[in-house]
Write a protein that binds this ligand. Structure first.
Ligand code: E4P
Length: 217
């Protein structure tokens, strides 16, 4: 399972990278705005800064919703760095854009996936990743993990190579559950990743080992 961090915060990306287990980064316009990154040039530079920290796929989202605009923006983003993956929204023009980028060898991540049918369409159009938003489904009393399961089943049936990127991860248990189902990638906040470290028996066990070592030395 690949681990991506879902943030545009450079310090958090550096901290996750320092663990040695980070495979990539996802961003979106809201995450960029949260960091106060505004204006085309600053946004482009920020993507380059992220790519310089992590040697892995970095999703950069288009703002356009028309086909021509998405293609123009996506091609520009892809030229910023070899690791940029163009993030395309799940709309009709998005499907057309995914197909265009797939033919032109530009990697894509189809975002805002909330149903198995959307994931099927994105895979047919040649998306490299699909991003089902499990936390946002849980927020409205829908089962986000069931969606991951359904997409896994469909992709397995037809051997689609599109990777399932479980997104909108809210906590550590989401990561474990997605790993059990067989999501290819998870993207979550730093805390959800650090949560994997925690167990009280590890802490008390280590404390005891160190105390016992002190007694004998
Ligand atoms: C995915 O790529 C999105 O950036 C993200 O996971 C959305 O998560 P949220 O629902 O926490 O905003």
């Amino acid at each position: 399972m690949k681990f991506f961090i879902d943030t545009a915060n450079l310090d958090q990306i550096r901290e996750a990278q320092s663990l040695g287990v980070l495979d990539g980064v996802t961003t979106n316009p809201s995450l960029m705005a949260k960091e106060g990154i505004r204006g085309e040039a600053n946004i482009a530079q920020h993507y380059i800064d992220i790519c310089n920290i992590v040697d892995g796929d970095v999703s950069a989202e288009v703002i356009s919703t028309d086909l021509k605009g998405m293609i123009k923006e996506g091609e520009k983003l892809a030229k910023l760095h070899k690791n940029i993956v163009v993030k395309i929204p799940m709309i009709k023009e998005g499907i057309q854009a995914l197909k265009y980028f797939s033919i032109n060898n530009i990697k894509t991540n189809c975002t805002l996936i909330f149903s198995p049918g959307q994931a099927l369409l994105a895979a047919k159009a040649g998306a490299n990743y699909v991003s089902p938003f499990i936390g946002r489904l849980d927020d409205i009393s829908n089962d986000g993990l069931s969606l991951i399961q359904e997409i896994r089943e469909i992709y397995n049936n037809y051997k689609f190579e599109t990777e399932i990127l479980a997104a909108s991860i809210r906590h550590t248990m989401h990561i474990i559950d997605c790993a059990k189902i067989g999501a290819d990638v998870m993207t979550g906040p730093l805390n959800s990743i650090l949560g994997l470290l925690k167990h009280p028996l590890t802490d008390s066990g280590l404390k005891k080992f160190l105390e016992d070592h002190k007694k004998n030395n």
